[in-house]
Design a protein around this ligand. Structure first.
Ligand code: 5GP
Ligand code: ZN
Length: 111
């Protein structure tokens, strides 16, 4: 999608702080972090959200990347993974992404 900011990040057309990358996915630090560690995991191919027909292998690659982010960032005490799905849930970039949040006590509240 030519007008999608995350497609441009995946193609390295827009710079980002890359934490992990493989053939299927890329992980980069969020521009507006909500926790000491706030990294986004996205597939390189465009899907609107996590239930937009993302192939199983791509979903597996995203989860694998979450683990790589946690290891790279030293999130040994735990972390949170969030996939806002749809505008009503606060999704602002319509290219599927998982937020990996950690580096502080996250508490019981979801957000
Ligand atoms: P959403 O609200 O869609 O779940 O999350 C989108 C996230 O993307 C937000 O946390 C926002 O800060 C982040 N974001 C938006 N544009 C950019 C960008 O150009 N670069 C980076 N690194 N993060 C972005
Ligand atoms: Zn996209």
């Amino acid at each position: 999608m030519s007008d999608c900011i995350f497609c441009k990040i995946a193609a390295h057309e827009i710079p980002s702080s890359v934490v992990y990358e493989d053939d299927l996915v890329i992980a980069f630090d969020d521009l507006n972090p909500q926790a000491p560690v706030h990294t986004l995991v996205i597939p390189k191919a465009h899907y609107d959200n996590i239930v937009d027909g993302v192939p199983a292998g791509t979903l597996a690659a995203m989860v694998h990347a979450v683990g790589e982010v946690a290891r790279a960032k030293g999130l040994d005490d735990g972390f949170r993974v969030i996939a806002n799905t749809g505008a009503g849930a606060g999704q602002t970039v319509m290219h599927v992404h998982m937020h990996v949040l950690g580096g502080k006590e996250l508490g019981e509240n979801l957000v």
